[in-house]
Design a binder for this molecule. Structure first.
Ligand code: SIN
Length: 316
């Protein structure tokens, strides 16, 4: 028997069940347990597997509470000297956010592999079993240390994965080109993932929203969100990071009021090249991943503030 791996189940289509094997839509996600998924793949008998059902949801309902539980279970798996790696079964719909959340909060010296499926487990040609087997194999390879997504024969970086299609079997891609490119005549290497921000489970989650630039955008949504107390805004900008003038003015007012702002491109592929003229902070990730980044950044700032207050207390 090779490789001891912890598999954490969270639901999704990989655990989905339909009335007929011909159905690849209209099924019930998150119906089978992680143990049932493992039992359906005979080749997994070659591995020493430990399983835990962390949640059982359609990932459209992924929550901060589940992220907190998942983070705790992964950290405990990473600390367990007997385990070679961790696999997470997940729905495809918010996989890019959970993968990004883990990539930005974990120092993973072992593989942490998220996997999923586009077809339910009952489909005539279900993709889940192969994906799960691949994910477990990958989790036993020390050279794959870090947060990764393993689907449909691809291994994608957790911080850059993107769901590009709502139905196709090969629904995932990496949002950043994996290699270096020539951009504006400059040799450009994709930025390395910054140091993880860490994660303190007991801090509150901030309110962060995504606002898109579009024809006729007048900035009213931003003003309304700021008036309602929003703490962070991701602007899904047009093209290479542009904002309509009234939106830009509203965003600057929001920033002056203390709202954290980042800009990403609303284009389905690629990312913003260089620094747009408006000078707002730019991120080269998808809008939903940028939202996770702001959630973590605001928590991190709150953690720093809490540490400062504690250090300033008399007796410290
Ligand atoms: C989900 O995200 O849980 C349902 C859809 C899927 O997994 O493909």
């Amino acid at each position: 028997m090779s490789g001891r791996v912890l598999i954490l189940g969270t639901g999704g289509t990989i655990a989905g069940v339909a009335e007929s094997s011909a159905q690849a839509t209209g099924y019930r996600a998150a119906a089978l347990s992680v143990d049932q998924l493992v039992a359906a793949v005979p080749a997994l008998a070659d591995f020493d597997l430990e399983t835990r059902q962390v949640a059982q949801v359609d990932s459209k309902n992924m929550s901060y509470a589940i992220w907190t539980d998942l983070h705790r279970e992964v950290v405990s798996g990473l600390k367990d000297g007997q385990l070679e790696g961790v696999v997470i079964t997940h729905g495809t719909d918010t996989l890019e956010e959970t993968a990004y959340f883990l990539a930005r909060t974990l120092v993973a010296a072992k593989p942490v592999v998220l996997t999923a499926a586009m077809r339910p487990a009952t489909a005539v040609s279900a993709d889940g079993p192969q994906n799960l087997l691949d994910a477990v194999r990958l989790a036993t390879d020390p050279s794959a240390a870090g947060v990764r997504v393993c689907v449909h024969g691809l291994v994608l970086p957790g911080h850059a994965v993107r769901k590009r299609h709502p139905y196709a079997i090969n629904a995932f891609t990496a949002s950043r080109e994996p290699g270096a490119t020539m951009e504006e005549g400059w040799y450009t290497v994709p930025a390395a993932l910054p140091e993880p921000l860490g994660f303190e489970p007991d801090l509150p989650w901030a309110w962060v929203e995504i606002v898109g630039n579009a024809a006729g955008q007048d900035g009213r949504t931003v003003d309304a969100l700021v008036a309602a107390g929003v703490q962070g805004l991701v602007i899904a900008a047009t093209g290479n990071g542009t904002l309509a003038d009234p939106l830009l003015e509203a965003v600057r007012r929001a920033q002056q009021g203390g709202v954290e702002v980042v800009v990403v491109s609303r284009c389905a592929e690629g990312h913003i090249v260089g620094q747009p003229e408006h000078g707002l902070p730019v991120l080269c990730v998808t809008a939903v991943q940028a939202r996770v980044e702001l959630l973590l950044l605001i928590r991190w700032k709150q953690g720093m503030q809490r540490a400062r207050v504690a250090a300033a207390k008399p007796g410290n």
